[in-house]
Design a binder for this molecule. Structure first.
Ligand code: PHE
Ligand code: NA
Length: 435
């Protein structure tokens, strides 16, 4: 079997992991969730969850991956606890299912780039959405998006994922920054910022029991946690870099991109007086396209915006495909190219029902977001904190200058605070689903 690849450079790993983190979650879900859940008041809660739960949870996956140097399923066996492999496997299943949905939405984005450039959705944002989001066209764009994802993953860790994300991440940052500056010049800027960030503590406190579980789900999702993805990516790491420093950089960049997205989306919507819909991903496409269709320069700027969205979706999709691919490549004697193609085809098929009827997206949200995700992170925490804690602590201490105090604090955080927090979240989330 060929030797296992590693990232060429530390920065290469950071770009790849940022590529995974920065996705539809940042540019779609985050701004709309913030706007409709109490603005700056929600933001405070959300940021606290990202840094207090997301950051240490990311370190758990990094430690499992780098220590074992194995895919997320074999990792547990490699560390001497083979019967915990089911935890990694659940994450891999989450990746596979997520990619099926993600790729369908990636296909919509392709149609929206074309629709911006040609003006096809101008003045008919609603009918355009219906024609591109469900039906033969949606199946076709889903296929194209998946094919590009497969092509990148087939080239491998260094010449595929690392090389691609090294171009995509700077492009996302520059374009988004440019769009935010343009947003600032629009008539809707002040009203947009107001909607996005004006703190509504009353709303927050009245709805805290439903907001916290969804903020936890959003925080894990946006950081690509609970899908075993960060285990897979960290398994290609060399030993001497600081995991806390890398994780910190990834969390901060992911947060900044999300914040920046709101500074683009809301000025655009308010510039022409469109109400930001809170009805999920479809509403967001319709209202945003409606706005671009009426703004001067909307063809170019709309195309730029949807191009950013495409890059973000693609750099996340490759991590979702890499995760199951790494398992098969590590364990069976097939070439990476064959595996990526085969898995891509199977996951494409899994997404076809969604490309024909978007109703399945609500199901995904309920099951994966509110349940599977926190549950898998909980399993990882129990494993790292109470089962493999010796090697986990030792691994976290390697390459960092933070010292033993940080490692001890992290370990007890993982042992107690994260499980209790997620336990409460799961109870609230399930309660919410049942009512
Ligand atoms: N983090 C991505 C986003 O914010 C979603 C994702 C989750 C990607 C898990 C890969 C793995 O959109
Ligand atoms: Na994200």
């Amino acid at each position: 079997m060929a030797e296992r690849e590693t990232w060429t450079t530390r920065v290469g790993f950071i770009f790849a992991a940022v590529g995974s983190a920065v996705g539809l979650g940042n540019i779609w879900s985050f701004p709309f969730q913030t706007g409709s859940n109490g603005g700056a008041a929600f933001l405070v809660v959300y940021l606290a969850i990202v840094f207090l739960f997301g950051f240490p949870a990311m370190l758990m996956e990094f430690v499992i991956g780098r220590r074992s140097k194995q895919n997320p399923i074999s990792a547990f066996r490699e560390l001497g606890f083979g019967n915990w492999s089911f935890a990694g496997a659940l994450g891999v299943i989450g990746s596979v299912v997520t990619l099926a949905f993600y790729s369908v939405i990636g296909g919509w984005v392709l149609s929206y780039i074309a629709g911006s450039a040609t003006g096809a959705y101008f003045g008919e944002a609603g009918t355009f959405f219906e024609s591109v989001s469900a039906g033969p066209l949606a199946v076709g764009t889903h296929a194209v998006f998946m094919a590009v994802t497969v092509a990148i993953v087939a080239f491998g860790v260094q010449s595929g994922i690392e090389r691609a994300t090294k171009v995509m991440i700077p492009a996302i940052l520059v374009l988004l920054l440019g769009l935010a500056v343009w947003g600032f010049t629009l008539d809707g800027a002040a009203a947009g910022y107001e909607y996005y960030l004006s703190p509504d503590f009353q709303y927050l406190s009245e709805n805290i029991a439903t907001i916290v579980p969804s903020a936890v789900g959003q925080a894990f999702f946006t950081l690509s946690l609970g899908f075993s993805v960060m285990i897979a990516y960290a398994s290609y790491l060399g030993r001497d870099d600081s995991l806390p420093a890398d994780g910190g950089a990834i969390v901060v960049i992911n947060t900044l991109v999300a914040l920046l997205a709101g500074f683009v989306v809301f000025p655009v919507l308010f510039a022409i007086g469109v109400e930001p819909g809170s009805g999920g991903v479809g509403t967001a496409f319709v209202s945003l396209a409606g706005a671009f269709g009426q703004l001067p320069g909307g063809a170019l700027l709309g195309a730029a915006f949807f191009f950013v969205l495409l890059l973000a979706a693609l750099s996340s999709a490759i991590s979702l495909l890499e995760t199951p691919t790494s398992y098969v490549v590590d364990n069976y004697d097939y070439s990476r190219r064959t595996v990526a193609t085969g898995l891509g085809a199977a996951i494409f098929a899994l997404g076809v029902p969604t490309a024909l009827d978007t109703g399945t997206l609500g199901w995904y949200n309920d099951v994966v977001f509110s349940f599977l995700l926190p549950f898998v992170v909980l399993l990882f925490a129990l494993f790292v904190g109470w089962v493999a804690f010796d090697s986990a602590s030792e691994e976290l201490g390697m390459g960092t200058s933070l010292g033993g105090g940080f490692v001890t604090l992290w370990l007890w955080w993982v042992r107690v605070v994260i499980p209790v927090g997620i336990g409460l979240t799961l109870v609230l989330g399930i309660q919410d689903l049942l009512i």
